[in-house]
Design a protein around this ligand. Structure first.
Ligand code: MN
Length: 395
């Protein structure tokens, strides 16, 4: 006999993020962030999730705007068939004036407000344990050092915001010792705090315990670029003896699931060989279009790289204005180096020409035959000329 519980695990939503790095878009991105949260709630509804686990930092601030807590509370209330568990994190700890103590939350919401605490869901043959940050740091494990006395007839879940640490490691954000976790007996440990999440949960070595960081459901800047999501799927109770000797073990089909929304993307586009501004534009446009199906809604930070002809100076401003009609946001930085025409330069009656002749010595003015050291010397020297001395000043 098998049966399963459907769950959604998320964390680090940081509702109320000011998006101050992109002031012109901040209001819009804040609105979209709340929409993303609503999309997550919709996902719970569509998948008939039995349990929604929120592993801390749901809010950016300890005391969020009341309109935000109101919208969240109402969304939770409408998700009435899902039991919702929240373990507050270092950004939204349980303070006397925090919404975790001050507000009344719907009946289907359980907020962990202290050290390790248990909530039993008898109909699901499941217990959810959790603990809360009660200040912006926690140098000791919020769970304490003892392993809890778990009910071996139930699926046992642990919900925590914190840092997984190995032997000798410490953290001021609730150090969760891997050795402790390995022997804890929990079936699934839903973690928050690390914003880059697992694609699928991992199993602790020689243990039945599964664990995962969900990561943040969407990036909030270029430091959170790439695919993000929530963890969604089922824990499956398989009636076969587990490693710990109890009568069943827990399998899963949990995996990272993306929610509709924008992605932050970092692209390095090599524009070597481009002859003019049109070539550069087309290379960048193609790079953006090949970055994924939803490229029109994404935010791009693009580095132009490669070596290009010294008569062509890439213009990030020109590129940004040409891309603007098609791309939601892009910021372009030119990191190209110049592919100087050494034959022409070495024949020039100028300081640059003299410099090239001096570096080349007996060598032919052919890039492909020069030592790496000479190439570096020429690149750096010629670029310094462009920045530091009058252009091709006669020697
Ligand atoms: Mn966080």
């Amino acid at each position: 006999m098998t049966n399963s519980i459907r769950l959604v695990h998320t964390a680090d939503i940081h509702l109320g993020t000011p998006f101050s790095a992109l002031p012109e878009l901040a209001a819009m991105l804040q609105q979209e962030q709340l929409q993303l949260f609503m999309n997550m709630i919709d996902h719970c509804r569509q998948t008939d999730a039995d349990i929604l686990l929120i592993a801390g930092d749901m809010f950016e601030q300890a005391i969020p705007d009341p309109s935000l807590t109101g919208a969240v509370s109402e969304a939770f209330r409408l998700l009435s068939k899902t039991r919702i568990f929240i373990a507050p994190g270092n950004h939204d700890p349980v303070f006397p004036d925090s919404p975790w103590l001050k507000n009344s939350w719907p009946d289907n919401v359980h907020v962990f407000r202290t050290g390790l605490e248990k909530a039993a869901l008898d109909d699901l043959k499941t217990c959810v344990y959790g603990a809360a940050f009660c200040s912006t740091a926690a140098v000791k494990p919020l769970t304490g050092h003892q392993t809890p006395d778990l009910d071996a007839t139930k699926i046992n879940i642990l919900l925590l915001h914190g840092d997984l640490v190995g032997p000798g490691q410490t953290s001021v954000y609730n150090p969760v010792d891997k050795g402790w976790l390995q022997h804890s007996g929990f079936d699934y440990v839903a973690l928050g705090h690390v914003h880059k999440g697992h694609d699928i949960p991992e199993r602790m070595p020689q243990s039945d315990t599964l664990f995962a960081y969900s990561g943040c459901p969407a990036g909030r800047g270029f430091d959170e670029a790439g695919k993000r999501g929530i963890i969604s799927g089922s824990l499956i109770r398989v009636e076969q003896p587990g490693l710990s000797g109890r009568g069943f073990r827990v399998d899963h089909n949990l995996c990272q699931t993306s929610l509709p929304g924008r992605q932050y993307k970092l692209l390095d586009i090599d524009i070597s060989g481009c002859q003019n501004h049109d070539d550069i534009y087309l290379a960048v446009r193609d790079g953006i279009r090949h970055s994924g199906a939803a490229w029109q809604q994404d935010l791009f930070k693009i580095i132009l790289s490669g070596a290009i002809d010294d008569n062509l100076q890439p213009s990030p401003a020109l590129l940004q204005s040409r891309l603007a009609p098609d791309v939601f946001f892009c910021k372009i930085t030119d990191r190209t180096t110049r592919a100087y025409n050494l034959t022409a330069l070495s024949g020039e009656h100028s300081l640059m020409g003299a410099f090239v002749r001096r570096v080349l010595g007996q060598d032919e003015p052919d890039w492909s035959k020069l030592s790496a050291e000479k190439i570096q010397m020429l690149q750096s020297g010629l670029q310094a000329f462009e920045g530091e001395v009058l252009y091709r000043e006669a020697d």
